[in-house]
Design a binder for this molecule. Structure first.
Ligand code: GLC
Ligand code: GLC
Length: 647
């Protein structure tokens, strides 16, 4: 057998129902391709699902239904997307390429409608965007919807944005311009107004089994003894009493977001159907939302359970069969040790997701900016193992969510800091409660029991621009611009797909208007979810304006990145521990090693090249300034917030 299946998988394989009826009308070559892909992935699929559902008496029939779904979806896949599948299989590193530039926006706040997004292609092209993550596109719950993360219908588009036809058109337009559309697949939970939840509430046992619900508080309390609260102030606890059902429903996030029960194989099939349905409309990247929470286990924090990686491996295998152009991005905002497991480690090596948010890089950027000290950052980043082949980090500095201080006590300890005290300092700093702080942000998710606090605010406001402008502090404005560009240089130069968050390229400040609207006023993450300011965007071409300086600074970094093969995500970043105020790493490459150096302080710093050991040089060219640097007296001088990409 071509697949080299395990005996158990082989048995199931032999028993699969024939697919002739489904695939019958396809050309022979198409049928053959499907077979080859299925054979290639079947063991991965089996290994993902068997430990989860193998004990069900009808497990084999279930796998048969999964495979049937793949065949059906493949049959219905539009020709243009089948061509894309082939293109992507021929260049499986397409998403690792140094030319990849991601942009992230709320569709409505960026362009009003989906058709409006297509009208803004020129703006995106100016930045070289090749990957567009649009948020809040699928039909959300009415009223409060957690910014669209409470989905009421996964296969319908939010009416004010347009129709599913508009979504297909947008995908085609973007594809034609070399831009991949990324949408969220909120698979940990759905809205309490989703048809599944409505049916469950009405007493339908089939749909009640899509959720976790309990007749009284006994089991919920046992779970809650070890569950951290995600929204301690907005939505305390992890269970919500639903009077119509007379039951307590598991709601990790807001009370209107019902967690889906993946111990039920029907839920897996539903989510698979949604994923493949959207893929056939032309969605190329799925941001798998809040995946850490997908499996629950009593006595644990019910995050990052091994079953999550199995589920994700199975889903991944499915899209590789039915829609190979598609890639999966895991959103798991967890500690470093747990984070890498979303690429797949051990027996799941490289099979779980293609892309993983580098939450640690983001957190460490903000931590180092506050302290002007890179020791913790270096300690944490050094600890990351290499990424598996054919995977990449999604690097970012800001996104639509808060900044949570995922710094472990062990890492803090290793550099002589107290974990709790340091996390607390960082919150104070970014909430502007620490004397001398340049930041204007707000505390999000305060938990009085643990004293945990996270932070809301835009890149510009957290980096000092809001305060400096308010105080007419010209030097402060300069420093803020440098901090912002330092952030861009880091996320563009680390290796992986950089995700630029809408408006940061223009320095948009905190938007306080969320407090006036009942659907947003309780959630200050809206502070950093402003509407695109197209008038300010116009100023990007008016030399000397703040907008022009930021925008052209970002554009220049992007232009250099695109011509720096060392930044292909297939090569690894190796962090060097050489200086307390500098982040220094190398990316060895056949065309010459890239040495990146970033100064996290507003003081000039000096690096002794001898500290670089094997990577010491006497002359190097800085890709960012275009200048050749020679090491005078073996020392390299770095101005405030300097960034160098040396080859
Ligand atoms: C994700 C989203 C966040 C949302 C949460 C629940 O983490 O990024 O905005 O609140 O999931 O869906
Ligand atoms: C928590 C969750 C993350 C979510 C965020 C929203 O950090 O782990 O998934 O994005 O909360 O605030």
């Amino acid at each position: 057998m071509l697949g080299g299946f395990s005996p158990a998988a082989e048995r199931v394989w032999e028993g699969l129902p024939p697919l002739g009826d489904t695939l019958g009308d396809l050309a022979a070559r198409d049928r053959q391709l499907f077979r080859l892909r299925l054979t290639r992935q079947f063991q991965n699929l089996y290994d993902g699902l068997e430990p989860l559902y193998g004990h069900h008496p009808d497990f084999e029939a279930f796998l048969g239904r999964v495979v049937g779904k793949l065949a059906e979806s493949y049959r219905d896949r539009p020709e243009a997307l089948k061509t894309l599948d082939l293109e992507r299989e021929l260049s499986p590193d397409w998403f690792q390429h140094e030319s990849m530039i991601g942009y992230v926006a709320y569709a409505e706040r960026f362009a009003g409608t989906l058709a409006g997004v297509a009208d803004r292609l020129e703006y995106l092209a100016e930045l070289g965007v090749t990957y567009l993550h649009l948020m809040s596109v699928l039909r959300a719950r009415e009223g409060e919807s957690d910014g669209g993360y409470a989905v009421a219908d996964y296969l319908a588009v939010e009416p004010e944005l347009g129709t599913t036809r508009d979504l297909e058109d947008l995908c085609a337009t973007l594809r034609g311009s070399g831009v991949s559309l990324c949408l969220d697949l909120v698979l940990n939970h759905c809205a309490d107004t989703h048809a599944w939840a409505e049916a469950a509430r009405a007493g339908d046992a089939h749909y009640q089994a899509y959720f976790y619900s309990y007749p009284d508080r006994a089991v919920p309390e046992r779970f809650e003894a070890t569950l951290p609260e995600v929204f301690p102030d907005l939505a305390p606890g992890s269970f919500t009493y639903v009077p119509a059902m007379k039951r307590w429903v598991w709601t990790t996030f807001n009370s209107y977001q019902w967690d889906l029960n993946y111990t039920n194989p029907e839920v897996f099939l539903e989510v698979l159907t949604i994923l493949l349905g959207l893929a056939n409309r032309g969605v190329e990247v799925f941001r798998l939302d809040a995946v850490a929470f997908m499996w629950k286990r009593l006595g644990t924090n019910s995050q990052n359970q091994p079953e999550v990686h199995m589920l994700l491996q199975a889903l991944r295998a499915c899209s590789r069969v039915a829609a190979p152009a598609v890639v999966h991005k895991a959103e798991a905002i967890v500690s470093p040790g747990d984070l890498v497991r979303y690429f797949g480690t051990g027996k799941h090596f490289g099979k779980v997701s293609n892309l993983v948010y580098h939450n640690s890089l983001m957190v460490q950027f903000w931590a180092a900016l506050a302290t002007r000290d890179t020791r913790l950052m270096t300690q944490v980043l050094k600890g990351f193992p290499p990424t598996p082949p054919a995977t990449a980090w999604a690097t970012y500095i800001r996104c639509h969510d808060d900044v949570g201080w995922a710094v472990t006590d062990e890492d803090a300890d290793a550099v002589g800091l107290g974990g709790a005290a340091h996390r607390s300092f960082l919150s104070d700093y970014y909430a502007g409660l620490f004397a001398g702080s340049h930041a204007v942000g707000e505390v999000f998710g305060y938990n009085p029991d643990t004293n945990d606090r996270r932070i809301s605010g835009t890149l510009a406001s957290l980096a000092g621009l809001e305060q400096a402008l308010a105080q007419d502090d010209l030097y402060g404005v300069e420093l803020s611009i440098e901090r912002i560009l330092l952030g861009y240089a880091l996320m563009l130069g680390f290796g992986g797909i950089p995700l630029l968050y809408m408006g940061d390229e223009l320095g948009l400040l905190n938007d306080y208007s969320f407090a006036e609207h009942p659907d947003t006023r309780d959630d200050n993450r809206w502070l950093h979810r402003p509407y695109m300011d197209w008038e300010r965007a116009e100023k990007r071409s008016q030399g000397g304006t703040l907008e022009a300086r930021l925008f052209s600074g970002v554009k220049q970094l992007i232009a250099v990145r695109r011509n720096t093969p060392q930044l292909h995500a297939g090569y690894q970043t190796e962090v060097l521990d050489v200086h307390p105020h500098l982040l220094v790493y190398v990316r060895p490459h056949p065309l010459g090693t890239l040495l990146a150096v970033y100064n996290f302080s507003e003081q000039t710093q000096v690096l002794a090249l001898s500290a670089l050991g094997a990577y010491a040089f006497t002359e190097a060219s800085d890709r960012l300034s275009g200048e050749t640097l020679s090491a005078r007296d073996g020392l390299l001088e770095l101005p405030p917030y300097a960034r160098l990409w040396l080859v």
